[in-house]
Design a protein around this ligand. Structure first.
Ligand SMILES: Nc1nc2c(ncn2[C@@H]2O[C@H](COP(=O)(O)OP(=O)(O)OP(=O)(O)O)[C@@H](O)[C@H]2O)c(=O)[nH]1
Ligand SMILES: [Mg+2]
Length: 239
């Protein structure tokens, strides 16, 4: 019996990167390993034809309600996953920075260690030249250090965009992030709920297309989210 796997791809103006990511998905290897993959795109109302491209590629498309914000898109993706019966969800950014075939290693690790959540760590992995600016490298280390100091659950890259979750983990996470602080909140929610987390080192390549991240402002949002979620373990206001 194969197990259902949702592959969730958040997009905002990724018309060039999305086809490359989808083409590189290891669908045959996943099927051979006992998974039945389903690809879902959560789009933040792209204006460059990403939605039409996703439909052409035969992908399931969620057009997120509020216009922009990765957090909105991810949460709608998680809700769609829970409305189906898949067992595991893997998310990765759709900008071609993550290697789709490495999801096999995340999934293997999830099963072998009986973890609830496995992340792909760029900071312990192979960051290719030009993939991460020096400012972002320093920011990612500071945010990760801060997160681990607050929550006491070790991972080495809290802002990574490559995650694998068992269904139970998605059911337990309470989230209200709207933008790029969503990963920090996912980490905080997993730590708060006592979920078993682990990681595998991954590679990180330069993105195709333009970055949507505004380094400093987003760093501050992430820091604030880590602090707020430490004081209020579950969201008080749902947006
Ligand atoms: N659904 C949705 N996805 C978004 C939104 N904004 C960005 N994304 C996607 O989220 C992923 C991460 O965004 P990026 O701009 O690559 O941010 P980043 O990876 O932190 O920054 P880079 O290092 O420059 O790549 C990409 O796949 C984006 O297309 C949004 O408003 N809604
Ligand atoms: Mg990116």
């Amino acid at each position: 019996m194969s197990r259902g796997l949702t592959i969730l791809l958040p997009t905002y103006n990724e018309v060039d990167a999305l086809p490359k990511v989808v083409k590189a998905l290891p669908l045959d290897a996943l099927r051979a390993a006992g998974w039945e993959p389903r690809i879902v795109v959560a789009d933040g109302r792209s204006t460059d034809g990403t939605q039409a491209r996703a439909t052409e590629l035969g992908l399931e498309l969620i057009v997120q309600g509020p216009a922009a914000g990765k957090g909105f898109g991810m949460r709608e993706g998680f809700a769609r996953f829970l409305a189906h019966h898949d067992d595991v969800l893997v998310m990765l950014d759709a900008d071609s920075t993550y290697a789709p075939n490495e999801m096999l290693r995340l999934l293997q690790h999830l099963d072998q260690g009986e973890y609830d959540v496995v992340i792909g760590s760029r900071l312990r992995g192979d960051i290719q030249p030009g993939a991460m600016s020096r400012v972002n490298w320093i920011g990612n280390h500071i945010l990760t250090w801060f997160a681990v100091a607050l929550y006491r659950v070790f991972i080495s890259d809290v802002c990574t965009g490559y995650w694998a979750f068992r269904r139970g983990a998605i059911q337990k996470m309470s989230l209200n992030s709207t933008e790029f602080e969503i990963e920090a909140e996912m980490y905080a929610a997993c730590a708060t709920e006592g979920l078993r987390m682990s990681e595998v080192p991954i590679s990180y390549a330069p993105r195709i297309g333009e970055s949507k991240l505004g380094s400093v402002a987003d760093g501050v949002r992430i820091l604030r989210k880590l602090l707020v979620r430490r004081m209020f373990p579950r969201p008080v206001n749902r947006v």
